[in-house]
Design a protein around this ligand. Sequence first.
Ligand SMILES: [Zn+2]
Length: 70
Amino acid sequence: MTRFVHPLAMRRLNVGELLDSLDGAVIPGGCDDCDAEQRVERIRHLGRVTKITVMHDDDCPALARKTGRW
Ligand SMILES: [Zn+2]
């Protein structure tokens, strides 16, 4: 059996390297009321800022509550 080890798993990452490795990641979840996904984005021109945006389904009741669209 051949086992693949990702190069990033070969050593400990500092927080910045870890967040850099997650740049562009789409992670399922983030809302209990819909099939949301979370999008991770590093904002390099702002230094150490990482933005995680929760993308809700258009008909999500939690999103409607938050935006007052009832
Ligand atoms: Zn939602």
